[in-house]
Design a protein around this ligand. Structure first.
Ligand SMILES: *[C@@H]1O[C@H](CO)[C@@H](O)[C@H](O)[C@H]1NC(C)=O
Ligand SMILES: *[C@@H]1O[C@H](CO)[C@@H](O)[C@H](O)[C@H]1NC(C)=O
Ligand SMILES: *[C@@H]1O[C@H](CO)[C@@H](O)[C@H](O)[C@H]1NC(C)=O
Ligand SMILES: *[C@@H]1O[C@H](CO)[C@@H](O)[C@H](O)[C@H]1NC(C)=O
Length: 669
């Protein structure tokens, strides 16, 4: 294997054949992707350091090519294309789903270690004339399961009695809000949906987790045994639009039980020295106009992420279709215990009055939401002059030329900055990514995430899907004794010497004996003070390194189909190409740790608004990336354009490069 400077891995088999493969092809996104050799994999296969995130497929058996997108692409005459109606609200024709899986089989199958599949594998309830039914929703989900079997199934194992031994790599599915009926409404389990999916997903849900799955549709899979677990959260229990449940504070609610289960499992993984990726359908979006989760669930989630920051690498979602990311900020925690790192200027949580939380997240609402995110990013603590979020350590070395007082002042400023972001690793924040969809509300997309497998070269993706959950009962007893907070008489041990306790001591010294408000639930333990920062924060094995966003330009594909009317196989025109990579010249992210995301967010937030004349932003597809001359011109010349370029690029990527420049100027200028 060869390691490239960008941290990209190539197969030895590729290096002899010179032409770039999918993952080294960032300079020419339009170039067709090479097919890897179809050699039989030696068993067991080695880790490749990549996984696939696929989401929101929305297959629609009633899709009619040539019908009217204003009639859900079911009726009338119009522009609905063979592989889908890009940039409309229509769902996916089977041709698109089939072509996508075929493409995965030919291009990705052997290059990924596991698959994260974050739900919505049935059509929308978007046509009064063709209402959905339980049977139909299940049938569509079965169809997608079969697609995974076709691509990742082990032909020699499919008929053996063990259903969890059927795939070459683990596949981790999740409930979407359209995978049930009526959509959004998921009642406390066990219910008919947990039972139905218990059967459909029997190949995916580890045997040992069948019980927790039956309780509420949540589970985890050890995708790299004893090293890495992927959690499938049932976010429908957190979802504000699910009127059958009521958040995460009441013990009687499934959201409460879900969070308890998560806390206990993460604690268990910490004890085993394992790491975790959390996946779900509905992301924890929370801005002034848009809040997806019930606030009580958001609060717990933010707290859990804070406390298990040594275990959880990041979390990733679908549902919103726009490509973006968000932070959870410990500063928004309402619980009155404070964290040492930032307590001095805690202002408490924002109050929310979401204006509209309608299921139809309109283009205008999306624009508002993204502008709000940017406003939040513009308020991130500013690094002092000469420093950035991107440089994580060794700032002293960087600044050695400076002498005396100037140097001291600089260092003081930098330390103040570090304190404001929760220390050297930005641990005040945790990270959630949102992948755009296969359903072509914009263009169909797939995400390939690269992660660090240094030192894990001899490990393998789980073959039989395994996952040993902690026994709830065992932990309940122990936790009830040790974890309830605050506990003045709690014995001191290494694990207890965390920020909360330090804070308590401080308060006592000041003579303020005010007791913090009891959260009323077991608070997760923080990492022990001696444990190093987790892979979400400092680059190490299992840290994310980059991702590659792929898209299929349906407009172009349909144009080619049109020209090639006599062509036998429409599939030969179908292709996914690189849209962008996070380590390209525009985002320039050296890895995907929290500080790298903060750096990007801060750079986007800091962008000055362009004046009309300087707003000659170039597309970052094609020209910008493939032509170093253009890039050099940009770098030397108009810094204002270059700066704003980042925000505009973020927006273009959010909408998978389907939004016309005029619209971007109008909504985001
Ligand atoms: C899609 O693939 C399935 C097999 O997985 C096949 O039965 C079906 O006919 C295909 N549909 C189209 C439109 O190609
Ligand atoms: C979208 O939701 C808003 C707010 O609930 C509603 O007023 C509007 O009619 C909806 N639009 C469509 C196309 O359903
Ligand atoms: C991967 O982890 C190793 C070991 O911690 C580290 O040396 C290396 O820099 C990491 N790679 C990247 C690209 O972050
Ligand atoms: C998609 O294809 C159309 C038609 O060829 C082209 O005009 C457009 O620029 C392409 N868009 C992207 C993002 O590749």
């Amino acid at each position: 294997m060869v390691r490239f400077t960008g941290g990209l891995l190539l197969f030895a088999a590729f290096t002899a054949a010179a032409p770039p493969d999918l993952f080294s092809n960032k300079h020419n996104p339009e170039q067709a992707v090479l097919k890897p050799p179809s050699k039989a994999q030696p068993k067991p296969r080695k880790l490749q350091g990549r996984f696939l995130h696929i989401t929101d497929l929305h297959p629609d058996p009633f899709y009619e090519s040539g019908s009217d997108p204003d009639e859900a692409c079911h009726h009338g005459k119009g522009q609905a294309g063979y592989f889908g109606a890009e940039v409309t609200e229509c769902d996916s024709p089977f041709t698109l789903v089939n072509a996508t899986f075929k493409w995965i089989e030919e291009n990705l199958k052997d290059q990924v270690d596991f698959v994260v599949w974050t739900g919505d594998s049935a059509r929308h309830d978007n046509d009064e004339k063709i209402p959905r039914s339980d049977k139909q929703v299940i049938k569509l989900n079965r169809y997608v399961v079969n697609k995974f079997v076709e691509v990742f199934g082990k032909p020699d194992n499919l008929d053996d009695p063990d259903p969890t031994n059927d795939f070459v790599v683990p596949i981790v599915p999740t409930f979407g809000n359209n995978d049930i009926l009526p959509h959004n409404i998921f009642t406390p389990g066990p219910n008919k949906w947990t039972r139905a999916y218990w059967s459909i997903w029997n190949k995916f849900v580890p045997e040992a987790q069948r019980h927790s799955f039956a309780r509420g549709g949540w589970f985890f899979t050890e995708v790299i045994p004893n090293k890495l677990a992927v959690f499938s959260l049932n976010t429908l229990y957190f979802f504000d639009s699910n009127s059958a449940v009521d958040g995460c504070d009441l013990e009687s609610e499934p959201g409460y039980e879900h969070m308890e289960w998560l806390r206990i499992q993460l604690q268990f993984l910490r004890q085993r020295g394992m790491k975790a990726i959390l996946t779900g359908h509905v992301p924890p979006a929370r801005t002034q106009s848009k809040q997806n989760w019930d606030e009580s669930c958001y609060q717990k989630y933010t707290l859990w992420m804070r406390q298990y920051r040594d275990v959880v690498i990041f979390s990733t979602f679908g549902h919103m279709n726009i490509d973006h990311f968000m932070f959870q900020d410990e500063k928004d925690l309402k619980y009155s215990f404070k964290f040492e790192s930032i307590n001095s200027d805690l202002t408490g949580p924002k109050t929310f009055e979401p204006e509209s939380n309608a299921e139809n997240f309109t283009i205008a609402a999306k624009a508002t939401y993204l502008n709000e995110l940017r406003n939040e990013w513009s308020e991130l603590p500013s690094p002092p002059h000469g420093y950035t979020y991107g440089q994580s350590v060794a700032h002293d070395e960087v600044e050695t030329e400076k002498k005396g007082k100037k140097k001291k002042d600089d260092e003081k400023e930098y330390r103040k900055f570090l304190k404001a972001i929760g220390g050297e690793w930005g641990e005040r924040y945790s990270l959630s990514l949102v992948s755009p969809s296969v359903v072509p509300n914009f263009f169909p997309t797939l995400r390939i995430v690269e992660y660090n497998i240094t030192g894990l070269e001899d490990h393998h993706p789980a073959v039989g899907v395994i996952g040993t959950p902690a026994k709830m009962a065992d932990f309940d007893v122990e936790d009830a004794l040790e974890d309830s907070f605050p506990e003045d008489e709690q014995p001191k041990s290494e694990d207890d010497s965390d920020e909360m306790h330090d804070m308590k001591k401080k308060k006592k010294k000041k003579g303020k004996k005010k007791k913090p408000k009891k959260p009323g639930f077991p608070v997760p333990k923080p990492p022990s003070k001696s444990s190093p920062p987790g892979p979400g924060y400092s680059p190490q094995p299992l840290s994310l390194i980059s991702y590659t966003q792929l898209y299929a330009n349906l407009t172009k594909i349909h144009e080619e189909l049109e020209k090639d009317k006599k062509g036998a196989d429409p599939n030969k025109h179908f292709d996914y190409h690189v849209e962008y990579t996070t380590n390209d010249d525009v985002y320039g992210m050296k890895d995907l740790t929290v500080r790298s995301w903060l750096d990007l967010a801060e750079r986007i937030g800091r962008d000055t608004l362009p004046s009309a004349e300087t707003n000659d932003v170039e597309d970052d597809l094609g020209v910008d990336q493939s032509n170093p001359v253009t890039l050099r011109r940009h770098k030397k010349g108009k810094s204002k354009t270059m700066k704003n370029h980042l925000w505009i690029t973020f927006i273009k990527r959010a909408f998978v490069h389907t939004k016309p420049d005029e619209d971007i100027e109008q909504d985001f200028g």
